[in-house]
Design a protein around this ligand. Structure first.
Ligand code: SF4
Ligand code: SF4
Length: 146
């Protein structure tokens, strides 16, 4: 039987299929910085205040945009916004017609494969609530997002 993520476009997926694509890595919940001159996007280790740093899940997923208005609702934003997603994100991968990684739970069939692969941010992310001055985000840059 074919896998839905290989036969359907993102727009064709059911809500359950769509939600199952999220691997729970938490990487989209890290603050990013954009270089105004080049358009390059950099990922920091500073996480949104609603991210549970242990489970890497949003603490208030259903009402998140009430508290974090700039949180991207992927289901409803345009695909041009996907450049803000990490290159390992399942939504971005499928949008760019690339395969899921072997550690994705839909491939591995194991819930803990994301953690084992080191893709979860739980080991290094800090909450924005513990950062003194959010204007200092440059001090927390981890890598260039490609
Ligand atoms: S980066 Fe993508 S796969 Fe990872 S938590 Fe965010 S939406 Fe889910
Ligand atoms: S509101 Fe929730 S889903 Fe949105 S960035 Fe924050 S932790 Fe992530």
């Amino acid at each position: 039987m074919s896998n839905f993520w290989e036969t359907k476009t993102l727009a064709e997926m059911s809500r359950d299929e769509w939600e199952s694509l999220c691997d729970g890595c938490g990487r989209c919940c890290l603050h990013k910085l954009e270089d105004e001159d080049t358009g390059d996007i950099y990922i920091t280790s500073v996480a949104c205040k609603l991210l549970d740093l242990k489970t890497c899940r949003c603490k208030n997923y259903t009402e998140r945009t009430r508290f974090v208005p700039d949180c991207l609702e992927l289901h409803s934003v345009g695909f041009e916004q996907y450049e803000w997603l990490p290159k390992t994100c399942a939504y971005r991968l499928l949008h760019e017609k690339r395969p899921l990684f072997s550690w994705h739970p839909l491939i591995s069939k194991r819930e803990n494969s994301v953690k084992k692969s080191g893709m979860m941010v739980s080991g290094y992310a800090i909450s924005e609530t513990t950062v003194k001055d959010v204007d200092d985000l440059e001090d927390y840059v981890l890598e260039l997002q490609t």
